[in-house]
Design a protein around this ligand. Sequence first.
Ligand code: PLP
Length: 383
Amino acid sequence: MDRRSFLKSTSLVASGLALNSFIKQSVANTSTVQLPDAKHPLLLNFNENSLGMSEKAKQAIIAALPNSFRYPDDARAQLVTNIGSLYSLSDKHVSVGNGSSETIQATVAMLVNKARKRGVKIQLVTPDPTFNYAELYSLPLGVQITKVPLKADLSFDLVKMEQIANDFDGLSMIYLCNPNNPTAMITPHSQLDSWMSKVTDDQFFIVDEAYAEFVEDPNFISAIELVKKGQKNLIVTRTFSKIFALAGLRVGYGIAIPEVIAAVDEFLSIDNTNTAGAVAALASLNDKPFITHSLKSNNLSRKIVETALNEIGLEYAPSQANFIFHKVNGDVKTYKQRMADANVMVGREFPPAVGWNRLTLGTPEEMAQFVIVLKQFHQKGWV
Ligand code: PLP
């Protein structure tokens, strides 16, 4: 696809009218789509928003640069306030991290310290597979890790997780990633509420909503609603790395009641927010058209991939994020290598979900390229 038709297609994305014609035009008419090459590989292996950051974020960084020799206090304080008001909460409900990774790390450290002070054991109860930073930060602190495999339909086995937490003699940290990485599936609030709204001193929930901004399924309700009701044993983490595409600037945050935030903040690196990241995050929050455009683009990309997966007959999980988990009908490592040889970097397998691969949804143009390569693989009998 040449640049002119690509521009046309992205403006159609903006108008929201393009779906069928775009798929017909760019996927069916494969001769017009340019394939990736060594100089222009397709990077579909990490989950940043492939559109890149908002122009307003870029402008904010440039404007803030001359004063960036100072500490980031003002920009950071403003960011805390604006995140709070986004959810009609106070500054004291917000903890800004150097990416949400730091918020997860500080929460784990806070809970390990709490268990130590109480003289009780601590475990992490986590689905498997899921995003593993809570596990990685727990391991060096001697936390017992209890992994609960996903059910056959790739959903969380919440009954088993709750049972394991109830049976534990000590403090359980429960990590729930919603939507889950790598499946991109949501856990409906109707399934979470009965367990999560139980408040006990022995169980603490870390709900990771890194991809929540992509979700359109009304069955998803953010756990921030429970924080608003004053739930004590919960922190919800969010990030500017995904839909806002500020991954390299490292801004994330946690939402919890003020007592939890104060306890988590003790374990954060002091002055953890860089000025560029803070002003870019502030500008991104205000740039609603950028979010709308990103969502439309992501939905179109998903449709392009789903259409191809349906045609080929490859099973996939219902995605509510900017990636999709699909079967490859064969060995995933071989598939990944063959894709890399075709200059397409796809994600990876997440055992114990063997035979499935995580694919990041790039721009519609990128996904049109991906689909051609995938169909070529199918013709060769590789998928
Ligand atoms: N949570 C999930 C589910 C993720 O996928 C990631 C990054 O890949 C993170 C948290 C960490 O994001 P960051 O530290 O950039 O905010």
